[in-house]
Design a protein around this ligand. Structure first.
Ligand SMILES: Nc1ncnc2c1ncn2[C@@H]1O[C@H](COP(=O)(O)OP(=O)(O)OP(=O)(O)O)[C@@H](O)[C@H]1O
Ligand SMILES: [Mg+2]
Length: 248
């Protein structure tokens, strides 16, 4: 599904991501973890096309997407959520999803009126299902800015799903959530996988990572220092050193 080959991004002298090799298979949930500033969000931004690669290549379903702009990657099936929530605060919950659903170029090209007449019922039904999935149906007419924090996180995920991605990039989706919300997020992530969505999960909340990841890759100073099944990573001495910053 996704293949990073020697991916690098430098900011001046900072090697934010430095020669990263990472593969995410079809239907897999791979977690990317690492200390603050280790390059996790930069990796997501490189996959989503927010800024260009300094070196390396990114393949998505066999195609080299490293030079494509963000909207073409979205169109190809890559959607993401942000570490810091970004919603249209002055639009309602429903409108946020409608905009995301229509952000795809091919749909826009089909023409507003064609969509309005032909696709409207189906589009509404898809939004309704996303609202149900995200436990937001009762908030559909609320402005996004007025939602509680946990609800905004759920809306962000729903918005990413509105483009029907094949690959979902989640950048710290559990940040700021309480334990009950983390449990619900875990169920949602597992249910997405069952529906065939492949997921790259960036997360500090180990309770979530260990509960959903098939495989974990660990970054430190932009480089991958370990990769393996959750139990292997928990037992890995280099990972402990990276997190604890000393003897482990
Ligand atoms: N746009 C940018 N301009 C300059 N430096 C950047 C930029 N984005 C990231 N960096 C630097 O790149 C390094 C990696 O940052 P990144 O945000 O990818 O880390 P992270 O692993 O996501 O950390 P966190 O867990 O805190 O979210 C850091 O040193 C950061 O300061
Ligand atoms: Mg980050």
């Amino acid at each position: 599904m996704l293949d990073l080959k020697g991916v690098a991004r430098y900011f001046g002298g900072v090697r934010a991501v430095d020669g990263l090799e990472l593969t995410v298979g079809d239907g897999e949930i791979v977690a990317l973890i690492g200390p603050n500033g280790s390059g996790k969000s930069t990796t997501v931004n490189l996959i989503a096309g927010v800024f260009p690669l300094s070196a390396g290549a990114i393949y998505f379903r066999g195609e080299d997407i490293g030079g494509l702009p963000t909207h073409r990657r979205l169109q190809a099936g890559i959607a993401r959520t942000f570490q810091n929530i970004r919603l249209f605060g002055q639009l309602t919950v429903w409108q946020n999803l409608w905009v995301a659903q229509n952000a795809l170029e091919d749909r826009a090209r089909r023409g507003f009126f064609a969509r309005w007449l032909g696709g409207r019922a189906r589009a509404r039904e898809e939004i309704f299902q996303l609202l149900e999935f995200s436990a937001l149906a009762h908030k559909q007419d609320e402005l996004a800015a007025n939602l509680a924090f946990g609800e905004q996180r759920r809306l962000e995920l729903a918005r990413a799903l509105a483009s029907k991605p094949k690959l979902l990039l989640l950048d710290e989706p559990a940040a700021g959530m309480n334990s009950e919300e983390i449990g619900q997020l875990r169920e949602r992530i597992l249910s997405l996988r069952q529906r065939g969505v492949t997921i790259l999960l960036i997360e500090h909340v180990m309770e979530l990572v260990m509960g959903v990841a098939d495989r974990i890759a660990v970054l430190n100073f932009g480089q991958k220092i370990a990769e393996g099944a959750p139990a292997e990573i928990q037992a890995d001495a280099a990972v402990r050193r990276a997190y604890l910053g000393g003897e482990a």
